[in-house]
Design a protein around this ligand. Structure first.
Ligand code: BG6
Length: 475
């Protein structure tokens, strides 16, 4: 496995710890090697120490031991090169060596999307893109439909679609996969999973983190490109899609792409009614003062990048007609929580004063749980009703099992060549086709994001988006 951008945040914080876990669990072939590739000169030993520091910090203490680390470190190597210079790839190929030339090979592009095209072209030029290779691209794939099309075309000119793995790590999260199990392995929900019974859906991915040391990237991306275009739309697809005919890569992705294609376009002045952009100002997170977004490292002082976005999305098909999907994501929010709320309609005839509509909440983080709110009677005299929860905490259901990080699952899928949990080319393009007009609408009609103090769940306008219809975010 060659990791381009091998000394970047993603490689050090996510990929190497995930590979360490796979090594520890005996899931990597004995002769598998991991070559980190990046621009600056570094000795192999120094890279191994750098990787060790990060893995020690990321991996639970009980899972880290020196002997296992030594075994893992043996797999690691480092190669310095300029990724845009085609001549450098011959040198890389020679370094890998003739005896490994025929081995199955994964190229992981943990780099800025602007490098995807030159890397693919250079790999092809150096005859390093044979049938036995796979390429992994990190989201976001481009920054607009046009750039995504260009990237997909450049990658497609070198690698066939089954060789391409476009990662959205949300698809590797256990509860996200559980969503498919919940929907398609339980007869209970299917008859209710439609407009007649569901009032609306909320999908929130709230973070307390700011932009950390990713200001330079984030200031050009913003919450829409960084989170909504990919993670939130993928979650929406899994909630809304029809049952696939089989559980395999093509069937699942066919259904997801259909949903993306039926999202009602939001463009022009619509953006004022259906979207909210926000940017955090100074505030408090966990009792600590934190600076405003525009004072973060590598962020423009007059930046108008959004760190929060909320959208009222609608799906134009038979099942979901008239059911809004409220999507929301932001940095520096009140607390870290990612969840999907399926809000059912009230009973058709209210026998009891205090009855409330049912709600199914699927929480992805911080803990993985699925809870169903039902109405029941409070003990004692009279018929006073109270909401009660059927609550499934997955960590308690499987107490012995270590919770896999999404990247562990996805890296293993790349190695075995299973693309079910990866985005297909047309999916990425369909997602951009919906997002692009919103970005354009913002440029024309909605320049300045609304401020919200760090530690709050976005600007007030995000509340109004639901309140207009007598609804509220579940916080
Ligand atoms: C990444 C985004 O894709 O997802 C980050 O680039 C974000 O900005 C992260 O913080 C959130 O992932 P998770 O798994 O912590 O919810």
């Amino acid at each position: 496995m060659l990791v381009f951008g091998g000394t970047g945040d993603l490689a050090l914080h996510k990929l190497l710890p995930a590979l360490y876990h796979l090594h520890r669990d005996g899931r990597l072939a004995d002769d598998m090697r991991i070559l980190a590739v990046a621009r600056h000169e570094m000795k192999r030993g120094d890279f191994q120490s750098l990787a060790e520091r990060h893995c020690r910090a990321q991996v639970a203490r009980s899972d880290f031991d020196n002997a296992t680390w030594q075994g893992f470190a043996e797999r690691l190597d480092y190669f310095a090169m300029d990724l845009v210079q085609s001549a450098e790839y011959g040198r890389l190929n020679r370094y890998i060596g003739a005896e490994r030339a025929q081995c199955a090979r994964v190229y992981y592009l943990a780099t800025a999307p602007s490098l995807f095209e030159p890397i693919a072209e250079n790999l092809s030029f150096a005859s390093m893109a044979g049938e036995n290779t796979r390429i992994v691209l990190e989201k976001p794939i481009g920054h607009s439909l046009e750039s995504a099309l260009a990237i997909n075309a450049a990658i497609g000119a070198v690698f066939s679609e089954p060789q391409v793995f476009r990662i959205d790590h949300y698809l590797g999260k256990e509860t996200v996969q559980n969503l498919m199990a919940l929907r398609f392995a339980n007869a209970l929900f299917e008859p209710l999973w439609r407009a007649g019974h569901i009032d609306h859906v909320q999908i929130s991915v709230n973070e307390t983190l700011g932009v950390e040391n990713r200001g330079a990237y984030y200031d050009h991306a913003g919450a829409m490109r960084d989170m909504l275009q990919n993670h939130l739309l993928q979650l929406l697809c899994l909630v809304a899609m029809e049952a696939p005919v089989r559980f395999d890569a093509e069937a699942v992705r066919n259904e997801k792409v259909r949903i993306l294609q039926t999202l009602k376009p939001i463009s022009g002045l619509d953006v004022k009614d259906k979207t909210v952009r926000g940017q955090y100002t100074a505030g408090k997170i966990g009792g600590q003062e934190v600076p405003a977004y525009y004072f973060e490292k590598n962020v423009d002082n007059d930046s108008d990048t959004e760190t929060f976005v909320a959208i009222k999305a609608e799906i134009d098909n038979w099942r979901w007609s008239g059911v809004p999907f409220y999507l929301r994501t932001g940095k520096r929010m009140a607390r870290k929580c990612s969840e999907i709320v399926i809000q059912f309609k009230p009973v058709p005839h209210r026998l009891f004063e205090s009855s409330q509509a049912n709600r199914l909440v699927i929480r992805l983080q911080p803990e993985e749980r699925i809870s169903l709110q039902l109405m029941g009677k409070s003990p004692g005299k009279g018929m006073s009703l109270t909401p009660m929860e059927l609550d499934l905490n997955l960590a308690q259901v499987f107490p012995q099992k270590r919770r896999w990080d999404a990247y562990e699952r996805l890296l293993l899928d790349v190695i075995v060549g299973d693309s079910t949990l990866f985005m297909r080319r047309d999916e990425v393009e369909a997602a951009w086709s919906w997002v692009d007009p919103i970005l354009k609408g913002w440029q024309e009609y909605y320049q300045n994001p609304r401020p919200y103090p760090a530690g709050r769940n976005g600007p007030e306008q995000a509340q109004s988006l639901l309140e207009q219809q007598g609804r509220a975010w579940l916080d």
